[in-house]
Design a protein around this ligand. Structure first.
Ligand SMILES: Cc1cc2nc3c(=O)[nH]c(=O)nc-3n(C[C@H](O)[C@H](O)[C@H](O)COP(=O)(O)OP(=O)(O)OC[C@H]3O[C@@H](n4cnc5c(N)ncnc54)[C@H](O)[C@@H]3O)c2cc1C
Length: 509
């Protein structure tokens, strides 16, 4: 990918226009470009800035969906997890889980064992096993020891959700697609048929109309709010989920640990991620504006109560958190009293010139994309998905470079190693990111604002103290060199980033 494309550089007409640059839109873009169609994706803010950078970052079957009887979703997710583990090492990696079992609390060992046997059978691999109390405490000494019997050990996978989206988009662009961030779309209709989109460049203030044979509404939680769209979108129930990011030194975990929250019996989990620990999540109706997303004090209390149950000796408080983040699940409203009982399946709808998709999971983006293209092919046969090929190609690379190849993809990682000077391969502080990754992103990854670089191209703003304040000046120097920012722009970007970080990511006082 080159720096950001402008509206003026677009063609007058595309076969397919995808509105929404989260995992759903990115997955569709990746599949659609292979059909040879002329495809454009537009995202109102930065790529992955919606729900797709605020997930729990697991590529998982969803054990709890099994409990809800959602067999199809679990099976599909487990299979996708296995495929992604093979296709994208360094981006999607195995994540060992432990579920401690206690004599005086749920879940019981046998129920978990049955569930995990089914989970293993779906994946075609046997990973789950019983771990004795002694082995468990040797592995995770901070667990609550009272009435502890042992743990069920099993395996899922973790990813960097924003990077997953970015890799899909940039590789699709390398194959001929066009993708623009900070471009908001509204639909244009004539005689009851969607004919194209009116695009608003949020940076330059320009507007342009583009014709499209077909438009896809992949705007997730915003699906019912797309201006100009005909009726037909399902009623959504936006469910907020919030997470804490903690320093690994305060919650020194080697595995993911999952347990049931003492207040409502919902599963919560904490696991090492990008040099810190991600812990979540909540599941509540989000009744406010979708733009006003942040953790509330009540959610913070809930999460801390969960931590003190499982790790009582650590006495973790809000002051320990490095950051927080909140996202909204685009869940279809079936009117269940308990938000967590709502199905996480996706919903698809069509009208002349339009296909809509919402709901679903990060994990199943490929199957969702293929389903959408099958529906799209009923209106534009050229879009019928071809053979079910791997989404990503992996290469045999030294273990030390696996992460880079996973995050950037083979072609970009190869170019990175040629372009980036050796002294910039040094990490930024004790984070897993190198200075070179920041330079690479600023140069090649359509960075518009400082927050794109700190919250999505890298996750420095989440995993370091005070949003990475300590490195801001050096990072701005990179932006000056690569993006041509002058002193005023650097000041404005730093102010914007600090305000955004305080509003959305700072732990509540
Ligand atoms: C707390 C939480 C935890 C989760 N954990 C997991 C997990 O561990 N594993 C998993 O598989 N799934 C998980 N999920 C589910 C998963 O994250 C979501 O289903 C997925 O990210 C939704 O992606 P999306 O592309 O549909 O929506 P989004 O990522 O929200 O993308 C939609 C995009 O559309 C853009 N948009 C809106 N209107 C317009 C417009 N007019 N013009 C242009 N663009 C527009 C928005 O800016 C947004 O970026 C989790 C979800 C939440 C909330």
């Amino acid at each position: 990918m080159t720096p950001r494309t402008e509206l003026g550089a677009l063609a007058r007409r595309y076969d397919l226009v995808i509105v929404g640059g989260g995992i759903t839109g990115a997955g569709i873009l990746r599949e659609a470009v292979r059909s040879g169609a002329r495809v454009l994706l537009v995202e109102a803010a930065d790529f992955a800035s919606g729900t797709s950078s605020a997930s729990s970052k697991l590529v998982h079957g969803g054990l709890r969906y099994l409990k809800n009887g959602q067999w199809r979703l679990t099976l599909e997710s487990v299979r996708e997890r296995q495929r992604l583990l093979e296709e994208a090492p360094g981006l999607v990696d195995p994540q060992p889980f432990l579920m401690p079992i206690y004599a005086d609390r749920k879940p019981g060992r046998w129920l978990m064992q049955i569930g995990l046997r089914i989970y293993d059978a779906m994946a075609g691999v046997r990973r789950s096993h019983w771990m004795t109390r002694e082995a468990l405490l040797a592995a995770e000494p901070c667990l609550d020891e009272r009435h502890l019997l042992g743990a069920m050990a099993y395996e899922d996978a973790r990813t960097d959700d924003a990077r997953l989206v970015l890799r899909l988009i940039f590789e699709a662009v390398a194959e001929g697609a066009t993708a623009l961030n900070y471009v908001r779309a509204e639909l244009c209709q004539t005689s009851g048929r969607v004919r194209g989109v009116r695009l608003h460049d949020e940076i330059r203030g320009t507007v342009r109309e583009i014709d499209a044979e077909l438009v896809i509404n992949a705007t997730g939680a915003w699906a019912g709010q797309l201006p100009g769209a005909p009726d037909g979108a399902p009623r959504l129930r936006p469910l907020r989920g919030s997470h804490l990011v903690l320093p690994l030194q305060r919650l020194p975990l080697r595995h993911a640990v999952s347990w049931l929250h003492p207040q409502d019996g919902r599963p919560v989990f904490a696991y090492p991620w990008e040099g810190a620990v991600v812990y979540g999540t909540t599941d509540l109706d989000h009744r406010e504006d979708l733009a006003a997303l942040r953790i509330t004090s009540a959610e913070l209390d809930y999460l801390l109560a969960g931590l003190s149950r499982q790790f009582p000796r650590l006495r973790i408080t809000a002051a320990d958190a490095l950051s927080t983040y909140a996202g909204v699940r685009p869940v279809i409203d079936s009117g269940k009293a308990n938000p967590s009982a709502e199905s996480r399946e996706s919903a698809l709808w069509s009208s002349p010139g339009l296909v809509g998709i919402t709901g679903g999971k990060l994990t199943t983006f490929r199957t969702t994309a293929r389903e959408v293209l099958r529906a799209a092919a009923r209106q534009l046969p050229q879009l019928a998905p071809g053979a079910d090929r791997p989404v990503f190609t992996s290469a045999m690379v030294p273990a030390t470079q696996q992460r880079l190849y996973g995050r950037l993809g083979i072609a970009a990682a190869g170019a990175f190693l040629q372009e980036i000077p050796g002294d910039e391969l040094q990490p930024v502080g004790d984070t897993p990111y190198s200075w070179g990754e920041l330079r690479w992103a600023a140069r090649h990854e359509a960075v518009v604002h400082l927050d794109d670089l700190l919250l999505r191209r890298t996750r420095l703003g989440l995993v370091s103290a005070h949003g990475g304040e300590a490195w801001l000046m050096r990072i701005l120097d990179i932006c000056r060199e690569e993006l041509g920012w002058d002193a005023d722009r650097c000041t404005a970007e730093a102010q914007r980033y600090r305000a955004l970080w305080r509003a959305r990511h700072a732990p509540p006082a």
